[in-house]
Design a protein around this ligand. Structure first.
Ligand code: C5P
Length: 240
């Protein structure tokens, strides 16, 4: 492979489907049609509608990122992965701050249950800033904290991370292409930040080296979600 091909950036859009009602979510997916390949199902919908909802969305031909952010004792996380790995999902999250043994057991369970499933480690939530981290006793600056957690994730056998797009360049420098990097906290120009504190535009995130960007409210909260999907995909077109 040439260096040029190796370093070619590739970035795809994932829609965070944090919508209260299943009917509204399905209507949005129908409207978006083939414009949209990836959907993120988070705690809000999974706790309300369960595995059946995941199967319904998969049956529409969507690839699914199940964002459960598992964080518990190693045995419980491994068993939970065993349970969800049977679902038609392509990505699943766990928290890296659950520690090395938890991540190792998670990787082991994923390898056994579904080797194709991409396990992603959440580093520092994009809603956390230095002040909110201090309040829970974490004094480490965010870039150092992310680096510590990423090193631990790598040692534990993980090869995917969820992080802020602000950390992508440093992660690429430190770990090269080891990790698939998925970045939420994305705001197209003109969108409200909401509770996200460390935001970036789709183009800048892709340029930094994000492999997938996650966008929720700026799409499903807009009057014309399909137009925003097209706009974001247009911004990413140089990176596909
Ligand atoms: O609506 P918004 O674009 O802020 O949605 C971002 C999505 O990404 C939410 O579903 C949120 O749970 C998720 N997420 C995040 N920060 C992380 C990991 C996941 O915002 N570090």
């Amino acid at each position: 492979m040439t260096t040029e091909l190796k370093s070619k950036k590739n970035c795809q859009l994932i829609l965070a489907l944090d919508i209260e009602e299943k009917g509204d979510a399905l209507a949005l997916l129908e409207k978006a049609g083939e414009e949209l390949d990836w959907v993120k199902i988070g705690l809000q919908m999974f706790t309300k509608y369960g595995p059946e909802y995941v199967r319904d969305i998969a049956s529409l031909g969507k690839k699914i990122f199940l964002d459960l952010k598992l964080h518990d004792i190693p045995n419980t996380v491994a068993k939970a992965i065993q349970s969800v790995a049977a679902l038609p999902i392509q990505m699943l999250t766990i928290h890296t701050c659950g520690g090395k043994e938890m991540m190792e057991r998670a990787v082991e369970a994923q390898q056994k249950a579904n080797p194709e499933l991409q396990l992603l480690g959440v580093t520092v939530l994009t809603s956390m800033d230095i002040q909110s981290l201090k309040l829970i006793g974490i004094e480490q600056p965010i870039p150092n904290r992310v680096n510590t957690l990423a090193s631990l994730a790598k040692e534990s056998g993980m090869n995917g991370l969820v992080c802020s797009s602000h950390e992508v360049v440093a992660l690429k420098q430190a770990f090269h292409d080891h990790f698939t990097l998925v970045t939420p906290g994305i705001r197209p120009a003109g969108s409200a930040d909401g509770d996200q504190k460390r935001v970036m535009t789709p183009f800048k995130a892709a340029e930094a080296g994000s492999n997938y960007i996650v966008v929720g409210r700026p799409i499903y909260g807009s009057e014309d979600p399909v137009a925003i999907i097209r706009k974001v995909k247009g911004d990413l077109s140089d990176f596909q």
